[in-house]
Design a protein around this ligand. Structure first.
Ligand code: SAM
Ligand code: ZN
Length: 390
């Protein structure tokens, strides 16, 4: 019933592949998530060695086939124990088979358990984790409280969310109920999705006096992924909370204002003075990743033979280029359509913006967009000028 497959340094049994992986599989497995797992290995190696962590305890409470847990045990040197759990008894049997197959039964502990139950059994100080990886299908929201409660004082929390229709605002009411944040359907909705998720976990952590710093976060394929460093203490929690706010979008002129704080407001557009009706938040308005962390990840890539190495390189290079840019980006194809002109080469647009002293970069969120400090009006003028010159 299972097939043998190689990923990273492990050979594991997985269910036969389906065109679209679904919850009807005996054990859920998505080959598309290989990049997610490769990058997890890289991020943990960098984080744990940077902080000289030893005897590291990891929890993967939604383990599926166990491939992620077993790869962490085999490929990350500082590991003392990986606690893997799944609510599906067939998955638990498979994790057991896979840990034996990879000779890591001493490192990987397997539990047939609900994720919240497993995590809350590990809240005492000796049992807490240095790393928790929440990788569900759908929303990770249900596990925020128990994950935050079972982290050591300085740890790394990894989260995947695949409930994109909710986070991008197609299912607005669900987003408000689930994440206590208002989404917004805009050309940069995927970035808002990631920022809403970050904002929500930051508020959950702050309630427990824990501050979060995103070391790396991105949107790719069908999901968003976060890697947050956690630091205990009132000051840290307060500092993280101070990085929440609202993004206000003027539908008339495309102007975006970023407002810090937890109180929503309605105002007039500072650009065209029309009343602004659209805003999203509370959400994370600070950097979504750390330049130093991305640079360290990039440095380590040549030491690996990951299956998704080229894609990871390209993702990290793009992220590095945009990490210090302002929130939100502009879809050049949409703007060019509005102006009824062809899209000028992106390189020329970015060079022109740089000449004007603006921040400008590509963005990993969309191949059709650029991130820049300029506003829509200026950007349109640049597009028109470049098309005249070409
Ligand atoms: C997306 S899959 C995990 C994939 C795995 N992390 C990987 O990298 O291959 C989600 C898993 O969570 C399990 N699951 C769903 N709800 C759960 C819950 N409340 N507690 C524990 N496991 C759960 C499912 O049985 C499934 O195996
Ligand atoms: Zn306006």
């Amino acid at each position: 019933m299972y097939e043998k497959h190689q990923e990273g340094k492990v050979t594991f049994l997985r269910p036969p592949l389906q065109k679209v992986p679904s919850t009807s599989m005996p054990v859920f497995y998505n080959p598309e998530s290989e990049l997610n797992r490769d990058l997890t290995i890289l991020a943990l190696q960098v984080f744990l060695s940077q902080h000289k962590k030893t005897d590291v305890r990891v929890c993967t409470p939604l383990a599926g086939t166990g491939v992620r847990a077993i790869r962490i045990a085999k490929e990350v040197p500082e590991i003392q124990q990986v606690v893997a759990g799944d609510a599906n008894p067939i998955a638990v049997e498979l994790i057991d088979k896979n840990r034996v197959l990879n000779d890591v039964s001493d490192l990987v502990e397997v539990h047939h358990s609900g994720a919240n139950q497993l995590l809350t059994q590990h809240t005492s100080s000796q049992k807490r984790f240095d790393v928790i990886d929440i990788d569900p299908f759908g929303t990770p929201r249900d596990f925020f409280h128990s994950a935050i409660s079972s982290l050591k004082p300085h740890a790394i929390l990894c989260l995947t969310a695949t409930d994109m229709p909710v986070l991008v605002g197609i299912r607005r009411r669900t987003c408000i109920k689930r994440y206590a944040a208002v989404p917004m359907k805009t050309e940069y909705a995927h970035e808002l999705a990631l920022r809403i998720l970050l904002g929500c976990i930051v508020r959950e952590a702050a309630a427990r006096n824990i501050g979060l710093t995103p070391l790396l976060s991105f949107s790719i394929d069908h999901y968003v992924r976060l890697y947050c460093e956690t630091m205990e203490g009132d000051e840290n929690a307060w500092t993280s909370l101070s990085k929440l706010g609202f993004i206000v979008h003027c539908e008339e002129c495309g102007f975006r204002s970023i407002k810090q704080g937890l109180i929503p407001f309605h105002s007039h557009c500072p650009n065209c003075e029309k009343r602004v009706k659209k805003q999203a938040g509370p959400l994370w308005i600070d950097q979504i990743a750390s330049r130093g962390f991305i640079e360290n990840l990039i440095k380590q890539i040549p030491n690996h033979s990951f299956g998704t190495k080229r894609r990871i390189s390209s993702l990290l290079d793009t992220l590095l280029g945009e990490v210090e840019g302002p929130p939100t980006y502009f879809n050049l194809h949409q703007l060019a359509d509005k102006l009824d002109i062809p899209v000028p080469p992106f390189r020329l647009v970015i060079d022109e913006l740089h000449k004007n002293g603006e921040f400008a970069s590509r963005t990993h969120f969309s191949p059709h967009a650029i991130r820049t400090t300029t506003d829509e009006k200026q950007l349109c003028q640049i597009l028109l000028k470049l098309i005249e010159e070409v």
